[in-house]
Structures are given as C-alpha cells and as structure tokens.
Ligand binder design. Structure first.
Ligand code: ACO
Length: 403
C-alpha cells in the first residue's frame, strides 16, 4: 500500500521529522520478499508457501535454497547444493585450538558466535560482499561448517573427542552423529530423531525482521561480510527474549517442578509481575494468535517422545501451563499464546541435547534465513548503511568548569 512507497529518509530531510519508535514496533527497515507473516491470523509463509506444507514436504537444505534463491530447487540443483555442502564440512585443523582455549563451561552460544567470527580469518581474501562468487562460496561454507562448530561446542562441554564429519550422511544425520557419536564408527542415527530435528530446523529457518535477522542486516549494511554479520546475529539470538527463550522455558519448567509450587501459583506470580517473572515461550511481537510453528511443534512433541520411548513430566507440565494460561484473562487480553519455543526444549531434551545447546539448535535452523536476508540486502539497490536517528534528551551546551 501507500506506506510501502514512502521514502522516509527524504521525508526526514525535508521535514526534519524524526519518529521515535521504541522496539521498532511500527517501523519497517527493509522491503523483503522472503517471509510473510500475518500475526493476527497466525499465518507464516516462506516465499509464498505455507509453513504447514513446507514442514510436511521439504528437507532443511531444500528450504535453505528456497529462502536464498526464491524458488524451490530442481532435483539437480538440490543434489548439487547438498554435494557442495558435504564437501565443505571440514574445519581448518588449527581452528580446533580455538575450542581448547575456552573454559569447559563456556556457553555454546558464545562459542558458536566467536568461532564463526574466527572462521572468517581463514577466508579473508574471499569475503568481499560485492563479489557474487565469494558470497555463494561463503554461504556454502557457513551451512557446512556451522553445524560442525556447534557440535564441537557440545563435545567440548561434555569432555568428549571431536569427530570428523561423516560426509556419507545427510545434513541432519551428520549433525546428530557429530553430537552423539563417541567413536567415529559407533553411532547409528535414529530415524525418528533425525526426522524430528529436521522438522524443528525447518520451522526456524526464517522469520522476517526479528531481532537477530535485523542485526544481521544492520551489520551487513556496513559492508561487513557474512561471517561478521552472522556472528553478530548469533549473539542477538542468544537473549532470553529471543532465541534464548527455548533454554529459558526448560529452566522455568524445571524450577516449577522442583519448587513444588502449583502451576496455578506460578501463573499468579507471572500475572503479578513478581520480580519480572514471565511465562517464557509465551507471547510474540508479531503473533497475536497461536504461532503456527508452535502448533506443529506441539503435535511433534507427543509423537517424538512416544517414538523415542521417553516420558517426560515436563511435557505434561508445559501442557498444563498452556491450558491454564490460555483460559486466563491476563493472557487473553494481551493476546499471549505459546510461541515456537514453548515446546521445542522438551523435544531437544528427549533427543539428549543439554539445555544450553537448545539456542544453538535454533541458530543452525535460522542460518539459511540470515544468509538469505543478508543476500537480499546486498542485492537491493536501495540499501544504505543502517543508522537510526535518536531524540537527544541530555544537557544543553554547558562549559567545562574553568574553561
Ligand atoms: N509472560 C507474561 N506477560 C507477558 C509475556 C509473557 N511471556 N509476554 C508479554 N507479556 C505482557 C507484558 O508484560 C505486557 O503487559 P502490560 O501491557 O501489562 O505491560 C504485554 O504482555 C505486552 O508485552 P510486551 O513486552 O510489550 O510485548 P513485546 O512485543 O514487546 O514482547 C516478547 C514480545 C519479547 C516475545 C514477550 O512476549 C516476551 O518476553 N515473551 C517471553 C520470552 C519469549 O518467549 N521469547 C521468544 C519469542 S519468539 C522468538 O524469538 C523465537
């Protein structure tokens, strides 16, 4: 509509008008044709395809291609993409020393972000954002190497040896083996786990201009390369109001269970905003309806736990929490529903991932979206360096004492 065609930078120059918009609730930072969300109706589409159809029919790499290039890949394109990624999974041997310099209890999100920044040092002569060949190659490198870095962050935290990637395996199976294999030949991928992890990764692949994607774009707008931009995006994702919520949900469920307090009592504490207690995994800036991804994750949680033969009281607790919250006026008035993170942690836990790895899994999922958005930004002729205005509310001019 008309709003999309207003050039705010010209308007600001001509009128001197500066809008103050905390949290960018009403300000678009980009034109994008990647992801569509209707938050009131609970609709999410990647490049026009409904998330429900994507989740049912696609692989992670197929969706990555779709997000980056705008169309579904042909069988040959997908096979070529997959092959390229398999070829680039190895990390430079020297990069392994990076992990040994960090404490065993290093948070894997901090490890991932800094290792991605460190990865750029191996490709500094091939990281020109204006060179399409560099951009293509670094997309492949990141898709191939981030899962390996993530698995090494996990292995480091449990004191086990790093395995080499097994390039005979699919993207997801290789990742599972790197995380849970102990010796290179000892691990058999459980197909239930593989299917469930692929679904969760797909559901996270893009979500338009969320905080981490906006970070990737802002850093990318300065001319910084993909490694720098994605490394910053990972840091933005780590916060508990964003990707870190999946870890926070499990911590919250564990605390409710351990404390012995009733779910009703916990909900009362949330409503009274006691010490800032929030119902983690609930609420969303854009969705004012049930997050369509959360619906898919919720039904997957039952299936996966049953197939893996795991029964987790935290899943029952989460369901009770949801039921009580959805029936409560506080949540209804504010249109707070479960978001994608509410049930993911229970599934990751059943798979055997430690809680601190949950947000790393989100980052692996989100990587194609970050790469697609970074690329779209570079290809948009209207792109400028991101540079918000401010409203200065400090002291007027004054003199230094004695000056
Ligand atoms: N629990 C309790 N109250 C909440 C919650 C929650 N999870 N979320 C929002 N509210 C309340 C706020 O306190 C506020 O109440 P008020 O009007 O009485 O002050 C009202 O609902 C509106 O909330 P805002 O914080 O203004 O909404 P905003 O759009 O800025 O925040 C956010 C969205 C950050 C996701 C918020 O809902 C939240 O903190 N949720 C919990 C963390 C979480 O699950 N994050 C993951 C988001 S999805 C993702 O990143 C993948």
């Amino acid at each position: 509509s008309g709003v999309g065609s207003i050039d705010f930078s010209t308007l600001t120059r001509q009128t001197g008008y500066t809008g103050l918009d905390y949290g960018f609730v009403n300000t678009a930072s980009a034109k994008s044709s990647i992801t569509y969300i209707d938050g009131d109706k609970g609709i999410l589409r990647y490049r026009g395809y409904p998330i429900e159809q994507i989740a049912k029919n696609c692989s992670y790499l197929e969706v990555a291609w779709l997000l980056i290039y705008g169309e579904l890949p042909t069988a040959d394109e997908l096979a070529g993409f997959d092959e390229q990624i398999r070829k680039h999974t190895l990390l430079h041997e020297d990069l392994k020393h990076f992990f040994s310099a960090l404490p065993d209890n290093a948070h894997p999100m901090a490890v991932l972000s800094s290792a991605v920044a460190a990865l750029s040092t191996y490709y500094q002569d091939h990281s020109d954002p204006a060179n399409p060949e560099h951009v293509e190659l670094n997309q492949i490198r990141m898709l191939a190497k981030l899962p390996v870095i993530a698995a090494y962050a996990h292995k480091k935290s449990v004191g086990q040896a790093f395995l080499y990637p097994d390039n005979s395996l699919s993207f997801v199976d290789n990742f599972l083996k790197l995380n849970f294999g102990v010796m290179s030949e000892d691990y058999e991928v459980n197909p239930v786990m593989s299917k469930a992890l692929e679904l969760l990764l797909i559901l996270h692949e893009d979500h338009e201009q969320n905080a981490s994607t906006s970070t990737v774009r802002l850093v990318g707008s300065t001319g910084a390369n993909q490694f720098a931009s994605v490394s910053a995006g990972i840091q933005a994702l780590s916060g508990p109001l964003h990707g870190g919520a999946n870890e926070a949900v499990l911590t919250m469920l564990g605390q409710i269970r351990e404390s012995g307090q009733s779910v009703q009592r916990f909900v009362e504490r949330v409503k009274n905003k006691e010490q800032g207690v929030k119902l983690m995994g609930f609420g969303h800036r854009v969705y004012k309806n049930y997050d369509p991804r959360a619906k898919l994750v919720k039904s997957a949680a039952d299936e996966v736990l049953a197939s893996l033969g795991v029964s987790d009281p935290l899943l029952d607790l989460a369901k009770e929490l949801e039921e009580i919250a959805l029936a409560d006026e506080y949540f209804q008035e504010r249109r707070l529903y479960p978001n994608v993170d509410f049930y993911t942690g229970v599934i990751y836990k059943a798979m055997g991932f430690p809680t601190r790895m949950f947000t790393v899994l989100f980052a692996i999922g989100r990587l194609p979206g970050w790469l697609a958005q970074w690329r779209e930004l570079q290809l948009d002729p209207q792109t400028k360096i991101g540079r918000p205005q401010q409203l200065y509310v400090g002291a007027p001019e004054r003199s230094y004492p004695g000056a």
